[in-house]
Design a protein around this ligand. Structure first.
Ligand code: NAD
Length: 314
C-alpha cells in the first residue's frame, strides 16, 4: 500500500448502477487522486466521465479515467468489483451464483495482474460466494481480498432499530453477520448503545429487534420490487470502506472474508467484524455470540458451502 495517499487510485469494475453510485459517493467523500471507470461500453463510460468531471468542480479535485481493458488498470490501489448480473425480482442472491462466478474467474486474475498489490473489494452478488471465488482464483495475501458483505445489512438493521430506539443509527452498536442474504443473522446478544445492552432500554423488545432485522434482510427485495435496483445504501457502504482504506482508518466493519477457525468454522467467506486499514483486513474480531447465534453461524457456513461447491464452474 502506498504511503503517499494523495496518489490513491480507485478502480470501479462495472459501471452500472452500483458502480456509478459508488463512484459518485467516492467523489463527494474525497481523498482519492483518481477514479478509474472500467466497463465494456466505452461510449457510456465517456458520458459517465464527463458527468463526474463536472461534479469535481463542486467537490474534490479527482482525475476520472475510463477503460475497457483490464490491462490498463495499472497503479490501482483498490478495485471495487461491481460487474455482473443484478438480482431479478424474487431471485435470491444465491441463484445469481453460477452467472457471476464466471465473471470473477475471467476478470479477477486480470485485475491483479495489472496491479498486483491492489486490494480487491467484491460487491457483486452473491458477494460471499464471489469473495470466496476471488480468493481461490488469485494468488493474494490474507486480507487483500474481501467483500462488502453485511456492512449494508448492518446499516439497514441499525436504521430500522433507530426507528424505535432513541439514538442515531451510528450509535447503535449492533451487527448483522453471516451471509449478505438469507443466511445472515443479527447479533442481538452483544448489541448495545453507550455500553448498555439494548435489552436495558425501555423501548426495546426482542420482537421489535427481530422485526428490524427482517426489514433489513428483506430490504433488497422490497427496493427491487419498487424501483428495480438498490444502489444508494451500497454506494455509501463502498465509500465508507474505501475511506477506511485511504485513511488507514482501522474502522471495525462487518465485511466478508474467508474465515479460519471462527467459532470452529473455516474455509468460506462470510461477514464477521473486521479491522480495515490501508493494507486491507488486518484481523477478524471474534464477536461475542450466544449459543443460538453460534448455531446460526454454523448453519450459514454449511449452507454457503453447499451452494458454492454445487454452483462453481467446473
Ligand atoms: P447493473 O446491471 O446496473 O450493472 C452491472 C454492470 O456490470 C453493467 O454495466 C454491465 O455491463 C457490467 N458487466 C456485466 N458483465 C460484465 C463483464 N463480464 N465485464 C465487465 N462488466 C460487466 O447492476 P447493478 O445494479 O449495478 O448491480 C451490480 C451488482 O451489484 C449486482 O450483482 C447486484 O446484485 C450487486 N449489488 C450488491 C450489493 C451488496 O450489498 N453487495 C448491493 C446492491 C447490488
Amino acid at each position: 500500500m502506498k504511503k503517499n495517499n494523495d496518489r490513491f487510485k480507485v478502480a470501479i469494475i462495472g459501471a452500472g448502477k452500483v458502480g456509478m453510485t459508488a463512484a459518485y459517493a467516492l467523489l463527494l467523500a474525497g481523498g482519492f487522486h483518481e477514479i478509474a471507470l472500467y466497463g465494456r461500453d466505452k461510449r457510456k463510460l465517456i458520458g459517465e466521465k464527463l458527468d463526474l468531471e463536472h461534479a469535481t468542480a463542486l467537490s474534490h479535485k479527482t482525475a476520472i479515467s475510463v477503460s475497457d481493458d483490464p490491462a490498463e488498470l495499472t497503479d490501482s490501489d483498490i478495485f471495487i468489483f461491481c460487474a455482473g448480473a443484478a438480482q431479478a425480482v424474487g431471485e435470491t442472491r444465491l441463484q445469481l451464483a453460477a452467472r457471476n462466478l464466471q465473471i470473477v474467474d475471467d476478470l479477477a486474475p486480470e485485475l491483479l495482474k495489472a496491479s498486483p498489490k491492489a486490494l480487491l473489494l467484491m460487491v457483486t452478488n452473491p458477494v460471499d460466494l464471489l469473495t470466496m471465488r476471488a480468493q481461490e482464483v488469485t494468488n493474494t495475501k490474507k486480507g487483500q481480498i474481501f467483500g462488502s458483505g453485511t456492512l449494508l445489512d448492518t446499516a439497514r438493521f441499525r436504521f430500522h432499530l433507530s426507528e424505535f430506539l432513541p439514538v442515531h443509527p451510528r450509535s447503535i452498536h449492533a451487527y448483522v453477520l453471516g451471509e449478505h442474504g438469507d443466511h445472515s443473522f443479527p447479533a442481538i446478544s452483544s448489541a448495545n448503545i453507550g455500553a448498555q445492552p439494548l435489552t436495558g432500554f425501555s423501548e426495546f423488545s426482542r420482537e421489535k429487534a427481530l422485526e428490524a432485522y427482517c426489514k433489513a434482510r428483506n430490504a433488497a427485495n422490497a427496493i427491487i420490487g419498487s424501483k428495480g435496483a438498490t444502489y444508494y445504501g451500497i454506494g455509501a457502504s463502498i465509500a465508507k470502506i474505501a475511506r477506511s482504506v485511504v485513511t488507514n482508518g482501522q474502522s471495525v466493519l462487518s465485511l466478508s472474508v474467508v474465515i479460519d477457525d471462527y467459532y470452529g468454522q473455516s474455509g468460506m467467506a462470510i461477514s464477521v467484524p473486521c479491522v480495515l486499514g490501508g493494507n486491507g483486513i488486518e484481523r477478524a474480531i471474534k464477536a461475542s455470540l450466544d449459543d443460538e447465534e453460534q448455531e446460526r453461524l454454523k448453519e450459514c457456513v454449511a449452507a454457503l458451502k453447499g451452494i458454492y461447491f454445487a454452483s462453481k464452474p467446473k
